[in-house]
Design a protein around this ligand. Sequence first.
Ligand SMILES: *Cc1c(COP(=O)(O)O)cnc(C)c1O
Length: 406
Amino acid sequence: MSAEHAPVARADFDQVMVPNYAPAAFIPVRGQGSRVWDQNGRELIDFAGGIAVNVLGHCHPALVGALTEQANTLWHVSNVFTNEPALRLAHKLVDATFAERVFFCNSGAEANEAAFKLARRYAHDLFGPEKCEIIAATNSFHGRTLFTVSVGGQPKYSDGFGPKIQGITHVPYNDLEALKAAISDKTCAVVLEPIQGEGGVLPADQAYLEGARKLCDEHKALLIFDEVQTGMGRTGELFAYMHYGVVPDILSSAKSLGGGFPIGAILTKTDIAAHFAVGTHGTTYGGNPLACAVGEAVIDVVNTREVLDGVKAKHDRFKTRLEQIGREYGLFSQVRGLGLLIGCVLADAWKGKAKDVLNAAEKEALMVLQASPDVVRFAPSLVIEDADIDEGLARFERAVSKLIQG
Ligand SMILES: *Cc1c(COP(=O)(O)O)cnc(C)c1O
């Protein structure tokens, strides 16, 4: 570390930061591939991936190269001008998906904010102001702006901030009859995560997404897939909708899209995009050249059969060993998820204690995540070495064994 930096420690967090997070006791200072080092030089294995963000691990040479090259070329021009990296990334997203148009922003919440606003504007223009209702799933997560917490419908995130956005209905996930009962001609959009990520790594049933598509068509409502967590190869396909073969009208992406550099996007069709006419929506940093240059490098590496098939093989490697650990220690009852978004559902005796598992893993120099208090979540790099998977799972087993022993 260079000499001009003043020394800082975890204790500084409580002195100078807003207390909305409770970060771990150690501070990561360096990463390479799926390994991370803290201030004391301790090496950890990273199965958390910055919450499904570091899609190619830490400091992947293709991403470092793209960022460095762009850093020496052009950083920012605003949307008063367009820029080459944004246009190239948009072309690549359009070529690889159902989409014909792209809007760039800086985070998942902003992508969903744009998706919801676009759906409302589209319905408003075509059918009038009455058609403004949005249907979302209980326990879903769409971000932390006021609109997105209102749609997410988890009281712990949405309550206590004054009046919420109106016109939002929540239905139980994977319950097609409930969706059928809730949808009407006033519905402008149905929004679903193909796998509920934060809610517990819960995949949608095939018939549910197919049924949702059909109901949306019958009621002239748009189907929005929030693929902020499931996108960019996470499930073993570029986007999870491809796995299901159910095509949305609007798709939101972020997290892995930038591989660790902030960027978000919505993808949609030309006739829908047309309702975001000049001046209707925008963001200063959206489509920033640095972010888009990195995003381009991410899609170039990720959207290859080699990487995507690797994700499926690595899923099996995780799942086999995790199920074995589950059977041996009785800590979890089920291993679920797709690709490298995997959740271990805690057994009844351990319900609510995912944080204890995280803490136990950290003591064994392993970074994992939770998804709700009842599920331990793994979202590692898509190109994590098999040796790192094996060593990380050996550490996980030690953590579980010690936790069980008390
Ligand atoms: C993380 C996440 C978001 C929010 O993304 P931010 O970049 O934190 O705003 C939205 N939707 C889903 C499904 C997510 O997993």
